[in-house]
Design a protein around this ligand. Sequence first.
Ligand code: SF4
Ligand code: SF4
Length: 72
Amino acid sequence: MAKKAKQINVDPRLCKGCHICISVCPHGVLEKAEVVDERGFFLPVVVDLEACRVCGLCEIHCPDFAISVQEE
Ligand code: SF4
Ligand code: SF4
C-alpha cells in the first residue's frame, strides 16, 4: 500500500521561501502561500496532504532543513 503523510511541517523560522520543495514534489502537495510572512517570504503551504507519498524529496532538497514529513 502507498505511504501516506499524517502531517507536513514547515518551520517558519528556518524557511526562506526558496520553493525548491514545491518544484521537487512529484505529487503537487505544496504550493506557494498567497501572502507573505512577517519577513516578506512566501512560505510553502500544504494544499493536498492526501497526495503525499512520503517520498522525502522535499526534505532532502530543502537547503535549510525547514520541512519535515510525518508518515501516518
Ligand atoms: S514527501 Fe514527497 S510527495 Fe510528500 S510533499 Fe514531500 S516531495 Fe511531495
Ligand atoms: S525548500 Fe525549504 S527553505 Fe525552501 S521553501 Fe521549501 S521549506 Fe522553505
